[in-house]
Design a protein around this ligand. Structure first.
Ligand code: ATR
Length: 269
């Protein structure tokens, strides 16, 4: 019988998840469909009940529901508990459980670039996205993580949770040469503003500089990093790998991520 998957969010029209999952279902000849569903915050509980009644096999959750879905789920995997946010729900035959594949998706995108787990990593930002990545880096065995954030207290709190260290934005600019990997998780760069979360004047050539944003493909941060001869990594990899981990959870099949990164980059280019 055909299986049914979805992504819920508000807004939802620009989501690339239906394109990605439908392409993978086709490629692996899996009899399933994946729909974008517009769900307003006040309708979340009712919509989830409706999807359960109709027997949905799994769904992704995007803004603004990642946290509000948590109390509605019977079971949470460790990744979702640590972040108190869910981006993937799957039905195991008895109940719907929530996991969060965002952080692990980012870590996979780093690992395919042969980043060593002993690398000195500077995580810029301490919001929801940074939280997922910090925990995932820690779970994956990264040993040297430093967190910096505009509001220093939030950097300190997250660093305490994952047993790493925190520094101020100014300190991070002064000590930039020490880091081998920079991970930009703030919302700076999402708008047309040319502002950077930190200055890259002191960055070492060859440093891997990652931004989790993928619209635009090249943020002002990555543009500056490229001018400084750094290796740059945009957010398409994280997006595709978070989807791949969800797909694996639902189907047991590992989808073709390389080709999908290429297709999505072309679509956004
Ligand atoms: P998300 O879930 O996308 O991570 P968030 O939880 O609102 O969103 O976090 C946004 C992150 O971007 C925070 O680290 C925020 O810094 P503060 O904790 O100081 O608010 C950071 N951020 C947003 N605007 C920024 C700016 N103009 N300069 C530097 N950091 C900024």
């Amino acid at each position: 019988m055909k299986k049914w998957y979805a992504v819920i969010g508000d807004p939802i029209t620009h989501s690339l998840s239906p394109f990605m999952h439908e392409a993978w279902f086709d490629e692996h000849e899996i009899d399933a469909a994946y729909l974008p569903i517009h769900v307003e915050p006040s309708q979340l509980e009712k919509s989830f009940e409706a999807m359960k009644t109709l027997g949905i096999s799994g769904f992704n959750i995007t803004l603004p529901h990642k946290r509000s879905i948590v109390p509605l789920l019977g079971k949470l995997e460790k990744s979702a508990m640590q972040m108190n946010a869910v981006n993937t729900v799957s039905f195991d035959g008895a109940e719907y459980s929530g996991l969060n594949t965002d952080g692990d998706g980012f870590v996979r995108s780093l690992l395919v670039h042969d980043v060593d787990k002993t690398a000195k990593v500077l995580l810029i930002g301490a919001g929801g996205a940074a939280r997922g990545i910090a925990y995932a880096l820690k779970r994956a065995g990264f040993m040297d993580i430093t967190i910096t954030n505009r509001t220093y207290r939030r950097a300190e709190e997250l660093a305490t949770e994952i047993q790493s260290s925190a520094i101020t934005l100014t300190e991070s600019e002064e000590r930039l040469v020490e880091f081998e990997v920079l991970v930009q998780t703030t919302s700076v760069g999402l708008t047309t503003s040319e502002a950077l979360p930190i200055s890259l004047n002191g960055v070492k050539a060859g440093t891997l500089v990652a931004d989790i944003i993928y619209t635009p493909l090249e943020t002002p941060f990555l543009k500056k990093a490229a001018e400084k001869n750094c290796v740059t990594l945009n957010g398409v990899g994280m997006f595709v790998y978070q989807g791949a981990i969800a797909f694996e959870q639902w189907t047991g099949v590992q989808p073709n991520t390389e080709k999908m990164i290429q297709l999505i980059t072309e679509k956004l280019g």
